[in-house]
Design a protein around this ligand. Structure first.
Ligand SMILES: [Ca+2]
Length: 131
């Protein structure tokens, strides 16, 4: 009975993430920076790759931007790793609009300080979960 109740909630959650991912450049192709995982980080605005739970720093900034890719959000370095969100998501000039092809590929994760093994990033990424 309990699992029957949870299935619709998980489905709704997945749909919400899928929608948000299309509202940022390369949102469906953001690399997973965890050294023990190869692939993509699907819930870009969350501390855990599969989503749910608290938002990461980029997710919080995305909400502050009214869930839109704005010039301010693009130019911000949410995860404080020295690269702007636009540089990490393949929109270094902050000109991307929803539905357009980004200038380049995503080169990093805007909500996770990289490289994760650096002393500075280990302090910033305390809430990030690699699984
Ligand atoms: Ca960054």
């Amino acid at each position: 009975m309990r699992s029957l109740f949870l299935v619709p909630l998980l489905f709704v959650s997945a749909l919400a993430h899928a929608g948000f991912r299309l509202m940022i450049p390369n949102g469906i192709n953001v690399p997973n920076p965890c050294t023990n995982v190869f692939g993509l980080w699907n819930a870009v605005g969350h501390n855990i790759e599969i989503g749910g739970g608290a938002a990461n720093v980029f997710g919080a900034d995305f909400v502050t931007a009214n869930t839109k890719w704005t010039k301010d959000l693009c130019q911000k370095d949410s995860d404080m790793d020295g690269k702007t969100n636009g540089e990490e998501l393949g929109d270094p000039n902050c000109v991307w609009t929803a539905g357009a092809t980004p200038a380049g590929d995503a080169t990093g994760h805007p909500g996770i300080c990289e490289p994760m093994s650096s002393a500075n990033c280990m302090k910033i990424n305390v809430n990030i979960t690699c699984i």
